[in-house]
Design a protein around this ligand. Structure first.
Ligand SMILES: O=C(O)C(=O)C[C@]1(C(=O)O)C=C[C@@H](O)C=C1
Length: 163
């Protein structure tokens, strides 16, 4: 059963009510490779190596721990990781809002909110790009975005439509 994944707790900032869609592009192009020149914010000051409790997650404790990149480069990459995570989170919030709108409409019309064939397509798309981990991620996303509110939606979501 595709929906048997563990229940994912909604993050605190995921809105309970349907928000305006987050202003991100409708389709986010996925580059085949990371671009060489992505604007990077100024890196945070890097504390001296060995400074008491002054290290960050990205600051190597010893020079030997990071033989390839200088600490400043790693900090810059960490900033880009954070910026990427922000985008991913915004897209997840947008996805949840769109799915909630679809599913609330279905529930209000007395139709099943779940479409297993669609969920299979979603899972296949993630598997196609990310392999087994993509399947796990898709299941988590489907669960996270599932509409749970509204009168009558509970009964409607019990049923499923295979088309
Ligand atoms: O695309 C749909 O028809 C949706 O309702 C969205 C979505 C999804 O999260 O992708 C949600 C529930 C359905 O069971 C299938 C897919």
């Amino acid at each position: 059963m595709l929906t048997a994944s563990p229940v994912l707790t909604l993050p605190a900032r995921l809105p309970a009510a349907l928000p305006e869609p987050v202003p991100v592009p409708e389709s986010v192009p996925v580059p085949a490779a990371l671009p060489e020149s992505v604007p990077v914010p100024e890196p945070a000051p890097v504390p001296a190596v060995g400074a008491a409790s002054g290290t960050t997650c990205c600051t190597p404790r010893t020079a030997a721990a990071s033989p390839v990149r200088a600490p400043a480069d790693e900090e810059a990459l960490c900033h880009r990781v954070d910026a990427t995570d922000d985008q991913i989170i915004a897209l997840i919030v947008q996805r949840a809002a769109l799915v909630h709108e679809i599913q609330r409409n279905r529930a209000e019309a007395g139709r099943p909110t779940t479409r297993l064939a669609r969920e299979t397509q979603v899972i296949a798309r993630y598997r196609g790009s990310l392999g087994r981990a993509g399947v796990d991620l898709a299941l988590r996303l489907l669960n996270l975005c599932r509409y749970r509110g509204g009168r009558g939606s509970a009964e409607a979501s019990q049923a499923s439509c295979h088309s």
